[in-house]
Design a protein around this ligand. Structure first.
Ligand SMILES: CC(C)=CCC/C(C)=C/COP(=O)(O)O
Length: 258
């Protein structure tokens, strides 16, 4: 009886898995279905080699296993932490409070508030800071929409889609827009507002609570929120790098000078 190794060598003429795949294609009759029952020839002891895509599923890389395990842990833990996902959930009575926290990190109040402040500000220093905050908030909205549209990760199945004003890409969950905004605004405020230490601590706490509440409300998986925080943190550095000033953008500042 031929050994599996020698029969493979006869079929391919070499030990390379790429050549095995090519020889399988050349042996198969055109239009023949790719069913497992056809792969093993009757009377032959050695099974025909599997197509490449099946081999990849059977022998995933270390990175593939690590990523699938991380995603499985993420889904499992996020579901367990989604304790305010519905009125009937373990902490369902805290859901209204979580929704207030959700609105505190929503784009609309931040955009409207910044715009209002900009119209009301009478010092050029305040105008400069608020104009840059407006720019940062808009940049954040665009970036999150692009990443959500590219990744297209659905929201957790236990999420109720009853969010305050959303746009089309908000049906996707990666990354959390609230988390990016929380991290971005937190860094921005800490850098540009002169605040007493207790207030600085409150700002950081607010950003953390907004982020944690995304998972508790069932809106996001943990990885959406963690990536969102990293993205918002990094985005602040971009805003700082592209800082708008009366020198770099005189036309923009002329619009707001009274
Ligand atoms: C309509 C505007 C101006 C902003 C949408 C804000 C929003 C609903 C973001 C989604 O946040 P999550 O990704 O954290 O759920």
């Amino acid at each position: 009886m031929p050994s599996p190794r020698s029969s493979r060598e006869r079929r391919t003429g070499s030990g390379s898995s790429r050549l095995e795949f090519l020889s399988l294609v050349s042996q198969r009759s055109p239009g023949a279905p790719d069913s497992p029952s056809r792969r093993k020839e009757p009377g032959s002891s050695a099974a025909a080699p599997l197509p490449e895509e099946d081999c990849m599923k059977l022998n995933p890389s270390f990175l593939g296993i690590a990523l699938s395990s991380l995603l499985a842990i993420d889904l499992w833990a996020s579901k367990r932490l989604g304790v305010c996902a519905g009125e009937g959930s373990a902490w369902g009575s805290a859901r209204p409070l979580m929704k207030v926290i959700e609105i505190s990190g929503h784009g609309i109040p931040w955009l409207l508030g910044t715009f209002y402040g900009l119209c009301q500000s009478d010092s050029s220093a305040a105008r400069e800071v608020l104009l840059n905050l407006l720019f940062a908030l808009l940049l954040d909205l665009v970036l999150v929409a692009v990443v959500k549209g590219l990744v297209k990760r659905p929201r957790p199945t236990h999420n109720k889609m009853d969010m305050f004003v959303t746009i089309s890409v908000d049906k996707y969950s990666f990354p959390s827009g609230h988390a990016t905004r929380a991290a971005l605004v937190c860094r921005f405020i800490l850098r540009h507002l002169v605040l007493a230490v207790p207030l600085r601590v409150l700002v950081v706490l607010w950003a953390l609570i907004v982020s944690v509440s995304r998972v508790m409300l069932g809106r996001h998986n943990m990885t959406d929120v963690l990536f969102g925080l990293l993205l918002g943190y990094a985005l602040y550095s971009v805003v700082e790098h592209c800082w708008l000033s009366p020198l770099s953008a005189p036309a923009l500042f002329a619009l707001w000078s009274h």
